[in-house]
Design a protein around this ligand. Structure first.
Ligand code: UD1
Length: 360
């Protein structure tokens, strides 16, 4: 079996790393393609180092652009690579533009596609990722899901049961593999914070950061929280641009510890020891659930509902007052360690490769 793995953006790397480990351990021939959707060192290369990933064999260097352009560039540039390599299966992960583009290119060449993290649905088609998920799942041949409700969504969309495999969460495989090493990070000292005495903020969703009024409301709420609890805020490039474009820098002048995007191990350590995490990311909802850290999600919906029903996550949206009320509740109470979802046990990648070896 020859496998071609595709990654493009930051949240892809920790999902593919454990799969590559498995392929290597079993001596399976593989090619790693990076689309170049994320290209800053801090958004990409540093993650390869932290996760112990091999350098990609191919970099398509697509860079930034509109959705159509970015998706189109990946489609065009990956086709000759697929034709040259002729893999038996292409593995794509997550829901970014690169995931969809690689899937389309492979499907049209008749190469089977395996989608890792299939079936997640926010039911919000204003989210570019929701379109990517729906399209990717509709043509993929192997759909590997992280929670049972995701398998259920796929069945309801008419996808044959034989294609759906509930295997667990490869992002959590990475977390479990690296959490001890992350503990050695000196990021808390570097930032001048103490364990359980700071919060972490991440923000990058277009719906939150591209609208001046919603970004202002969120930053106002955060700056109020930051009066009592230092907030570490590693700023995503998109968000950094918007904050200065909209003239909102002053809202971050007190109580925040601002940083560039952090590496995988530093960020894992930071999350693990935080008192509260406020985020609009998808993956961080899952990581905080496993780490037992309260997470306030600055969105109205989540494609990862198990983090709410079993884990430490609550959906709050982007309204200033709601954010403040939810944070006050968390900060006033004891952090409760809730359940780790089924099969989030560090062994998902092994199950995926078992299935592919049996069926491809
Ligand atoms: C993408 C994913 C999103 C994921 C996020 C994690 C899609 C549709 N969205 O969103 O699901 O949660 O990655 O970060 O694929 N930029 C840089 N350097 C980089 C990358 C981006 O400066 O290395 C800037 C560019 O100005 C770019 C903007 O950030 O236009 C947005 O990047 P893009 O890849 O389009 O989307 P993200 O917001 O990162």
């Amino acid at each position: 079996m020859k496998v071609l793995c595709v990654v493009g953006a930051r949240p892809n790397f920790m999902k593919i790393a454990p799969i590559i480990d498995e392929l290597k351990q079993r001596g399976i021939d593989y090619v790693l393609v990076h689309t170049g959707q994320h290209y800053d060192e801090k958004m990409s290369q540093f993650f390869f180092v932290d996760l112990g990933m091999p350098k990609p064999h191919v970099d398509l260097e697509v860079g930034s652009g509109s959705h159509a352009r970015q998706t189109g560039e990946v489609l065009m540039r990956i086709e000759p690579v697929l034709e040259r390599e002729r893999p038996d299966v292409v593995i794509v992960v997550g829901d970014v533009n690169s995931t969809l583009a690689a899937t389309l290119a492979a499907a049209k060449l008749g190469i089977p596609v395996a989608h890792v993290e299939a079936g997640l649905r926010s039911f919000d088609r204003a989210m570019p990722e929701e379109i990517n998920r729906l399209m990717t799942d509709s043509v993929a041949d192997f759909l590997f899901t992280t929670e049972e409700l995701a398998s259920e969504h796929l069945r309801r969309e008419g996808i044959a049961d034989e294609k759906i495999f509930f295997v667990g969460n490869t992002m959590i495989d990475s977390l479990m593999k690296h959490v001890q090493r992350a503990d050695e990070s000196s990021i808390l000292q570097q930032l001048g914070v103490e364990a359980r005495n700071y919060g972490v903020v991440t923000l990058h969703r277009p719906s939150n950061v591209d609208e001046p009024e919603s970004l202002r409301g969120i930053l106002e709420a955060l700056s109020t929280i930051a009066r009592d609890l230092p907030l570490v805020f590693p700023i995503h490039p998109r968000t950094r641009k918007r904050i200065s474009e909209f003239g909102l820098d002053a809202l971050l002048s007190q109580g925040f510890i601002l940083s560039e995007p952090l590496g995988y191990l530093d960020f894992l350590k930071l999350n693990k020891d935080a008192r509260i995490v406020l985020t609009d990311s998808g993956g961080i909802q899952e990581e905080t659930t496993v780490l037992g850290v309260p997470c306030i999600t600055l969105r109205h919906n989540t494609e990862r509902p198990i983090t709410v029903t079993a884990g430490t996550n609550q959906l709050v949206g982007s309204d200033k007052h709601q954010i403040l009320a939810a944070a006050a509740k968390v900060l006033g109470g004891q952090a409760e360690k809730k359940q780790v979802p089924p099969l989030w046990d560090g062994k998902a990648a092994g199950r995926i490769v078992d299935i592919l070896q049996r069926m491809v």
